[in-house]
Structures are given as C-alpha cells and as structure tokens.
Design a protein around this ligand. Sequence first.
Ligand code: GDP
Ligand code: MG
Length: 598
Amino acid sequence: TELSRIRNFSIVAHIDHGKSTLADRLIQLTGGLSEREMKEQVLDSMDIERERGITIKAQTVRLDYTAADGEAYVLNLIDTPGHVDFGYEVSRSMRAVEGSLLVVDASQGVEAQTLANVYQAIDANHEIVPVLNKIDLPAAEPDRVKEQIEDVIGIDASQSVLISAKSGLGVADVLEAIVKRLPAPKGDRDAPLKAALVDSWYDPYLGVVVLVRIHDGVLRKGDRVRMMQTGATYQVDKVGVCRPTRKVDVEELGPGEIGFLTASIKQVRDTRVGDTITHEKRLCAKALPGYKPAQPVVFCGLFPVDSADFEDLRTAIEKLALNDASFSYEVETSAALGFGFRCGFLGLLHLEIIRERLEREYDIDLITTAPSVVYHLHMTDGTMTELHNPADMPDVMKIDRIEEPWIKATILVPDEFLGDVLKLCQERRGVQDTLTYAGSRAMVVYRLPLNEVVFDFYDRLKSATKGYASFDYQMDGYQADALVKMQILVNAEPVDALSMIVHRDRADLRGRAMCEKLKDLIPQHMFQVPIQAAIGGRIIARETIRALRKDVTAKCYGGDVSRKRKLLDKQKAGKKKMRQFGKVDIPQEAFISALKMD
Ligand code: GDP
Ligand code: MG
C-alpha cells in the first residue's frame, strides 16, 4: 500500500469513556463486522478483561475505508491497555503509530488516565484528534470539556469531533478526521528492512505471533530475518494482517504497515518487545531505539490450598507465562504453606488478573500471600540485594539501610472530596507535590511509598470519594526509610506468609490491626490461641482466641446419627479451605483479609 493511503492510530481514554464502543463502531462502519459479531466486543477478547472493562494486551486491527473524496485508505488501529499497571504497554504501542484519537466522556471530562495516556501520545509525537463522546447524555457539556482539554492538556480542542459511540452519531466524522488530520507514515521501500517488534503472543494454532510495524524495506514470507537485540535469526513462515475477526495472510508488508509474522519461534520469551527486525543478509545500519523491559514491581506467593495441586499450578502458571512476558515466577517453599510460587507482577491489578485466571480457568484454589514491593537492601559490606519476599529478610545486623520504591501519583477529584483525599495520602506517608485545578476538579500530585499503595489504596480512594476520584501513577525512584520486618505469630509460631516489611512508625497500628483481624478470622480451638505481632524479639501487639468450651457434637448427644454425621461432614468440608499451622487451623481468607487495612 502507498504510504499516503495509510493511517496508523490508537485511541486513548480514561476507563469507561467509550474507547471500546468507538473501536467497535469504527470496525462496523468500515464493514469489518456484522451486527452479531458487534455484540462481542472484539478488541477486548479475554473474559476477565471484558468483565472489568479493561484491555490488557495491545491488539491491532486493519480496516479498509473509502473516504468521502473517493480514495481508498488502510487504517490500522492499535488498541492500548487503559489501566495504570500497563502504562509500559501503552507507550510501546504508541510508538508504532502516528496519531491518536483522544476520547473524553463529555459528561465527565478529563480524568487521571486521560492525562497519563495523552501525555504518552504527546511524548510519541502524535497528532491528536479530540473526540467528545456520550453527547447523547443530558449531562454532556461539550463546551466545558473542550475548554478543560485546552486548559489542562494544552492542545487545541476547537476542532473536537462530537459523537455518541453508542448510537453511532458523529462516528463517520471520526473516520474523515483520521484520514484528513492524522499524518501518513514515512518510510523507504528500497532501504534495508527495519521493523519494530511491537508485541508478541502465543496463539494455539500459529504458535508465537509477532506484531510488527515496518519502518523501511519490505518483509516477505520466506525471508531470513535477524532480531538485532537478541541476535536470533529466523525463517519467516507467514506474514499477515489482523482483520477484526481473523488473521489473513499477505504476500508482503511494506513501509508504514502493521501486521504479524510467524517464524517457528518457541516461546514469547524469545522475542523482545522493542527489538528491531531486519534481514539477515542485508542488515539495517541502525536499530530503532529499544524500550526498557517492563519490570515486575509487586511480588506475592501463590500456593495451592491443596498441596496435591502443586503440579497443576505449575502447568497453569507456565501456560499463562507463555503469553505474558511481564509476569515472572519461581518456586518458593514456605514452612507454613508448603510448595508454591513467588510471582512478580506489574501492579496489583495484574496480580489479581493472574490469580483470578488461575482459579477460574484452571480451577485451582489458591492462597495468596501479602503482596510486597521490591526492597533494596544495602548491606554493611557495601553490596545491594533485592528483597522480593519479606520471609527472606537477612539478619538485620548485616543491613546498613533499606530502600523502598516510591511512586508519583496523580489524582483528580471533585473539590468537595479533596479533604478526604489529602487525608488518605497523608496517612499513607505521602508527600504533596502540587495541587492545581482542572476545571472544577482538583488535581493533586503526591509522592507515596508504593508499599502503602499496594494493599488497598485504590479501594480506599474510591470509597472516600464515592467513586469520583481517578488515579494514575508512575514509579519515582527508591528512598531509604526506617523499615522493619514484622512477623505474626499464631500460637507462638511465626507464620511466614504473613510477614511484612512496614515503616516503624506504622508498625504498631498495622500489628494491632492484623492481630484483631486474625482473631475474628481464625476459628476457636479446643485450647487458647495467642496471636502476636513482633518486630525482632519484641512483641508489639497481642490478641487471644479463647478456647472452645464444648464439643460441637455435644448438642446432638443422643440425637439421630445422621445429623451428627452431617455436622462432622460440614466441619470436614470447612477444613479443606484451612491450613494447619502447628496445631492451629487458619482459614484461607485470613491471609487476604488480614492484610487489608481499614
Ligand atoms: P472503555 O472502558 O473506554 O473501553 O469504555 P466502553 O466502550 O466499554 O464504554 C463504557 C460504558 O459507556 C459502556 O457501558 C458503554 O455502553 C457506554 N458508552 C459508550 N459510549 C457511549 C455513548 O456515546 N453514550 C452513552 N450514553 N454511553 C456510552
Ligand atoms: Mg474497553
């Protein structure tokens, strides 16, 4: 295809502002999809994504569009994930396209993820077309939102396209704006092949599929290619494009085009996103600037409730990891929980998604240990080690200082809730950076320790603001502080899965809260069970679960046997979801609930 007839773009939006609905409409209007197929949102294909309304993997579709002037165009839409955990994937897909549609819900206005995502588009030098969605709603205020876009983002919004993605109103204008206002890609067909490796995933039929954006040269089936970063070479089996419902083979991909290749690549891990693909026999002079790989920032242990499920869990984790190179895992053994895996995630949502998929798709009951951030331990001998698991904390005498990761968080919130937001951030050891106004909403930027955010910050923020606050963050370096390891002892035995690193000033509060929670979560036993929080040898909090007085079956004494058996069966079923620690049974929920703070 001629360069002047290609337009590559992405859609950036805050969650729920209508990105998927608009994408579906664009697909439908260009004839890519029937009504029935429309029903299934095509771009968000995983179940969990659809339920939560988020997109995880970047996907792409190629559409054919005949413009009002009669010219035929090829439009490539790259879908980008909308959630903060996946900011890295947003940035890399942005670099494969020249323009963005900035979708803003005209009844809501600019939100935190609108900003985070549009800044990524601006960084990638995109031409941006503002699209005001949901103008069918009575609460829509397009003029106010235009003004807000200009004030807060600083781009011209006078030519915004007003639409209702739901009814289809104005969507045809979006297609015209893509063709008229977004630039065509540039590239040299005769130069050596230079293609960006945008994404890769595992397809059960095709094996590893690699999404590429061609910058220069031509990629054909049968070519021998070299990945410039990894040095690996492959013979290309297939070259194709992604249509809305299926992949279609093509003879070649030329400059400006986006498509896929397959080349008998064994694992997704063998491909490096951001790598440059060139011909083995005719190398391009200079690789494209690569991106830093996404680093897991939150770790937790995943253990099967039933230790007999360990091998099934391994198989399931290996399968999931095939498709998600940002997820890391290694075998972990816990005195309390037996064999499991220590896993690394891009953020809490990523963790929840993986955990849910393991339970739902692979039917494995899991115990999730406290999520932990990655600490930097600077040892007295001058070396530095990363601590992924509080249970592995070395002797404190050998540690000079502990550093923890910080984030810079942007929160947008209606004025009336500002006080509550500031209070929450303050409680979590936050340091205020700036406070400005974006229209009628306050925009606060806070620096916070990630450790204080991973548990339940987002939930707390939502409930404190009746759901009106929006939140986004980026990593912001490491900082030393007075951090200590707190252990929880149940019946005088430490439960390693409940150890955590806390700030010394917050330890008492956290320790007390944990003991109180566990007191309610652990059932009574025939003996008294003390629950204690300790730092080193010092007990900082204690609760006691009183001993059970009577045998539960006693009240059935002399009664009918079947009732008695039922009661015992019920107890047995309850036991399955419990773990034994010494002589004490701890129910599975205790591990998760105990770590939530109120
Ligand atoms: P995304 O999270 O940005 O992908 O948002 P979705 O496309 O999933 O839309 C979020 C919600 O807004 C869904 O319930 C849509 O039906 C609804 N929605 C999308 N566009 C419109 C619109 O133009 N008008 C109205 N009233 N609702 C819309
Ligand atoms: Mg969506």
